[in-house]
Design a protein around this ligand. Structure first.
Ligand code: F0G
Length: 393
């Protein structure tokens, strides 16, 4: 395995600390040559089950049992949407409540392997929560930059309780991202763990492996949210590796969904923007409130190679989908995580097997729900009063 530039193809050893290619400045990926290789034996459960396909050895892992999340059949929704088999991969079941833990277990393990003293990230919330927890587990210093006043309460509480050094940046996520990159370039001992770091994406690709193992093959379609666009890149890489190993005999179509006020990828692809960035992203789905996705080129390739496309949903559609999933199927996910369901509520997808990725737990960001809560029924502590409140009198 080695690090390889996604544009010029230059290769570098795994032990070199790099975030972009020294030759051309584009981003890197971990290259694993699986051609002609026999499929490895997978042991244990979760992310580290796939250790033979990860760039850090199992005995170096900083782990909390991440991965192995449920792939839940959505029986009511599949009927309503006219899809024979519809599933939700519920990443809220991870230790800190989001898919970030898959990447952070590998990223922090690499930080330990490299002898880094501190780890850092910019975050819309979930990455900071996950980084703070895994750094605590590894006994390392954690530095997180967050856009001032724009991250959900639950995520901020996680970063605080795990003891991260939190810096509120007077700017949006994209500005925080640029600043933390500059910090890690100027301070060699601070290891950057945003999804620009290719080791993190290696952990996140295991979601694709789990879906394939659970279904016995790839689904026809996989739908997921896109923010900084690391996860779509990671998951597509996972499907491609399982395919190259002969463990699946087809590849899924990927549909990446963005919120209307923060949709640089979808708008760039539709020809509405000349470059893949907007300067003032806005959406109530704060996790994906991102205007300049770092992994945009990887994401475009995933969409193109898979024959998929990018789509846009509105904040109102997101709120309606969140309620529908929670009240109709019993699964509460945060606003950014429900964009695949919002998409299916509007568009007809003709496919046999569809998997939606729900990236984070609903309890991280309950604000919007509570703001729109219906008035609660009131009762005195007596049976008569309770019956009357419930309309049973
Ligand atoms: N869903 C949730 C809940 C997220 O927190 C994020 C990203 C995404 C989707 C998008 O994933 O960036 O890989 O395309 N959150 C990052 C953070 C940016 O800082 O927590 P992506």
């Amino acid at each position: 395995m080695k690090q390889r530039c996604i544009s010029c193809g230059a290769a570098y050893p795994l032990s070199q600390i790099l975030y972009t290619c020294p030759a051309c400045d584009d981003i890197l990926e971990i290259a694993i040559d699986v051609t002609g290789r026999e499929a490895p034996t997978f042991e244990c459960e979760g992310v580290w089950r796939y250790a033979p396909l990860l760039p850090v050895p199992l005995d170096k892992s900083v782990s909390m049992g991440e991965g192995g999340t449920g792939l839940h059949a959505l029986r009511r929704l599949q009927q309503e949407f006219g899809i024979p088999r519809l599933f939700l991969k519920n990443e809220g079941e991870n230790p800190t409540g989001s898919f970030k833990d898959r990447g952070m277990t590998v990223g922090v393990s690499q930080a330990v392997t490299l002898g880094a003293r501190a780890v850092a990230c910019a975050s819309t919330g979930n990455t900071s929560a996950s980084l703070a927890a895994y750094a605590a587990r590894a006994g390392m210093r954690a530095i997180v930059l967050i856009p001032g006043g724009k991250i959900a309460m639950g995520k901020l509480a996680q970063a605080i309780v795990h003891g991260a050094e939190i810096v509120q940046v007077d700017g949006n996520f994209d500005e925080a991202m640029r600043t933390v990159r500059e910090l890690s370039l100027s301070e060699g001992e601070i290891y950057l763990l945003n999804s620009i770091n290719p080791f993190r994406l290696e952990g996140q690709k295991t979601l694709a492996f789990e879906v394939c193992e659970a279904l016995g093959n790839a689904p026809d379609v996989l739908i997921l949210p896109m923010g900084n666009a690391g996860n779509i890149s990671a998951i597509w890489k996972g499907f491609r590796e399982f395919h190259a190993l002969g463990l699946i005999d087809r590849l899924p179509k990927i549909i990446g969904v963005q919120a209307a006020g923060a949709a640089p990828l979808a708008r760039y692809l539709s020809g509405d923007l000349h470059e893949c960035r907007i300067s003032d992203p806005e959406t109530l789905a704060t996790a994906i409130r991102i205007g300049a996705p770092v992994s945009w080129l990887k994401a475009l390739r995933a969409l193109e190679e898979s024959g998929g496309h990018a789509a846009i949903v509105s904040d109102d559609e997101i709120l309606a989908a969140q309620r529908k999933l929670a009240s109709g199927e019993g699964i509460f996910v945060e606003p950014a995580s429900v964009v695949p369901i919002a998409y299916l509520m509007r568009e007809r997808v003709q496919a046999e097997t569809v998997v939606c990725v729900a990236t984070g737990h609903g309890l991280k960001d309950p604000d919007a729900i509570l703001r729109m809560a219906p008035e609660m029924k009131q009762a005195a502590p007596s049976l008569a009063s309770l019956r009357s409140a419930l309309g049973l009198a």
